[in-house]
Design a binder for this molecule. Sequence first.
Ligand code: IPE
Ligand code: IPE
Ligand code: MG
Length: 246
Amino acid sequence: MRYKDQIDLLKLPHHIAIIMDGNGRWAKDKGKLRIFGHHKGVLSVRDVVEGACELDLKYLTLYTFSSENWNRPKLEVMAIMELMVTTIHKEIANFMKKNVRLNAIGDLHMLPKKCYNELNNAIETTAANTGLTLTLALSYSSRREIVQAAKNIASKVKSGELDINDIDEELFENNLYTGGMPDPELLIRTSGEHRISNYLLWQIAYAELYFTAKLWPDFRKEDLYEAILDYQKRERRFGMTSEQVN
Ligand code: IPE
Ligand code: IPE
Ligand code: MG
């Protein structure tokens, strides 16, 4: 039986986050330039988004470019930005067809103007769509996001708009880029690395972590389904005992 047919649709995570890693190694293994791997990675994104739509998943958040990735060789960074512009432009029709709402989190003003504009255009065009919310983490740093939230809150306290006693987890959460989104129940990282790399540190407090050795350009919707099945076999206890949650 295919993985998809084994998934319990009533126990589907609301939000899946993915660290799409391994493009460079995938290309290197084939004797190609790293950017070739990034190009192939786009095919995986398309397939996984399609797979998420087929399940009626509500939120998918993809780690696309980290704040730290700006430190890569200039040529690679430029090529990734170019790839983003053409991909986002090309995918809009597909998003409309699949009822996907595009969203982005991160320090978006760091993006080259062309990329920023293309992204904003796609976000605005798809804003009324009601299916999957596809969030791209771009120029994203979780620590920076948390600091930014603290600053927002501090300035509201300073101006008197907010009382210090009003600060609680919910208020803090609403000041993150992901405000209004449920926390991811499942975090997937490809390429065999077992780290978080500054991704959604607050939001994954209780996420189930799933690591696969597959490199991102080899990842397909069936792999997503396999991860969901693995997630569904786990017991999420949230600090309680097994007896309590059953
Ligand atoms: C992930 O693949 C894509 C980005 C970080 C932009 P990598 O480019 O990190 O590939 P590896 O990890 O070097 O193989
Ligand atoms: C994390 O992957 C960022 C993205 C997938 C966009 P990296 O390849 O940049 O992370 P490290 O360097 O292995 O931690
Ligand atoms: Mg990597």
